[in-house]
Ligand binder design. Structure first.
Ligand SMILES: [Zn+2]
Length: 456
């Protein structure tokens, strides 16, 4: 033993990510996976029956894509509705009795759109989570003496409580379950009191803490000496302007995690998240409108779809061909950072997509441009929808907060610069309404970027 740390947490699997050998390994699991869902999960069995396919008809991933339509949260809600929101009956249908007996923890989405989507953690999933997040923590250099503060919601929230399993296999790492619910004041105090050096939370919260720290702690967030921000649940760390701002304000490395099993790397230019779980989950892209397969080529964009390959140990995605409605762009060529795994960037949510004169526009893209103008703006903004999305009657209308030190006389020039950048990058030229700093509500979980004027 030289005492040198291996390159990866799992030296049997991670060197093989995104290789033909790995593809063979995935194919060898497909048969038993499909068989499991057909035999044990009423929801998937019904989907297959409806499509007129039997497990033995599915011999390849192409067969799978052709035979079984994708499902998502909306399909879950249909199931809830059909049985009068009897949730335990819903779990039996969606996950199957076999796995229900092994269910250890039940978390959900934040439920901002009605009944929250359940994310079950089976006993075997807890093990798998330790493995997958072991890979993530290893890549980020977590270990001895690190204290990770959980700033995600802890009340039933899929991103919060499972942290207790996620980093179980990273020796020397201590978890501080603070939780978004306690509010920014206590989050900031706990971070300082217990000397956390890693913070996991939404980008919205990380941005909000920058504004609150001087008032609550009497000093900027930089003085907390965090070394790493691990961000997820909404776009942010992947938006270059937001990442740059967070890195500058915190003096920390900023990583993006989630929307599947991936984590970004420390390359100075954001390269997307490395997908680190080929052995656990099959990833594919489809066209968001036609649902036809999109080949996994370098630079391809589509709706991301997940099929678990270890059905008894699923993490978040518990059915065949499940989507969380995220549009991804993938990069299959090797990353300049040298680490394995194809990469994916979140372009936006399929249901957040707006169409302005036929051009698709994602709120996250506009957020990126606006954050590049901080401190002349605060970074907070809203998109005003006058008709239900995705249609927009041009021009697209946005409300933007100007910065504390920005005078009324500076706004015309600032507006011109913002619009030129939005047009150059995203082919859209919105009409801006300026509002005073701190007019728009700040969120500790996810920021709602739309104001639905048509609902008033
Ligand atoms: Zn990389």
């Amino acid at each position: 033993m030289t005492g040198q740390k291996p390159e990866y947490f799992n030296m049997d699997i991670e060197p093989l990510l995104n290789t033909p050998e790995m593809r063979k390994m995935q194919e060898s699991k497909l048969r038993s996976t499909v068989q499991f869902f057909y035999e044990h999960v009423p929801f998937d069995r019904e989907r297959m029956d409806k499509a007129g396919v039997k497990p033995e008809d599915i011999r390849s991933f192409e067969d799978l894509a052709n035979a079984i339509p994708v499902v998502g949260q909306a399909d879950y809600r249909e199931v809830f509705k059909g049985i009068g929101n009897d949730m335990f009956e819903a779990y039996r249908i969606l996950f199957g009795e076999e796995r229900l007996k092994d269910m250890h923890l039940l978390t959900t989405t934040s439920g901002t759109t009605g009944i929250p989507t359940p994310y079950p953690v089976f006993h075997k999933s807890a093990e798998a989570m330790g493995e997958i997040f072991g890979r993530i923590g290893w890549r980020l250099g977590f270990g001895d003496g690190d204290r990770l503060a959980v700033g995600f919601g802890l009340s039933m929230h899929a991103a919060g409580t499972p942290h207790l399993y996620w980093f179980k296999k990273i020796k020397g790492l201590t978890i501080l379950p603070i939780g978004a619910e306690v509010g920014t004041e206590r989050i900031l105090s706990f971070l300082r009191l217990f000397r956390a050096n890693i913070l996991s939370c939404t980008p919205s919260l990380a941005l909000h803490l920058i504004e609150r720290a001087p008032e609550v702690l009497g000093e900027p967030v930089k003085n907390l000496n965090l070394k790493t921000l691990l961000l997820g649940a909404e776009p942010g760390a992947g938006i270059p302007e937001v990442r740059r701002r967070l890195e500058g304000e915190y003096g920390a490395e900023v990583y993006d995690v989630g929307a599947g099993y991936g984590v970004s790397c420390n390359h100075p230019d954001y390269q997307g998240m490395h997908w680190i779980a080929d052995d656990h989950c099959y990833y594919e892209l489809i066209d968001p409108e036609t649902h036809k397969p999109v080949p996994m080529e370098h630079g391809a964009t589509g709706l991301a779809v997940f099929t678990p390959l270890e059905p008894r140990a699923t993490i978040f995605f518990a059915n065949l061909r499940f989507t969380i409605n995220d549009i991804h762009q993938v990069f299959t060529e090797p990353c300049p950072c040298g680490k394995t795994g194809f990469r994916y960037k979140i372009v936006g949510r399929a249901d957040d997509m707006l169409k302005v004169k036929g051009v698709p526009v994602y709120p996250a893209a506009l957020q990126g441009v606006i954050n590049d103008f901080v401190p002349r703006v605060t970074g907070a903004f809203r998109i005003i929808l006058e008709v239900p999305p995705p249609r927009v009657v041009p021009p697209l209308k946005i409300k933007v907060e100007y910065g504390e030190a920005t005078g009324k006389g500076d706004l015309a020039a600032l507006e011109k610069e913002i619009l030129e950048k939005m047009h150059a990058l995203h082919k859209v030229r919105p009409s801006i309404t300026w509002v005073k700093p701190n007019t728009l509500e700040r969120a500790v979980k996810k920021t709602q970027l739309f104001e639905k004027a048509y609902e008033d």
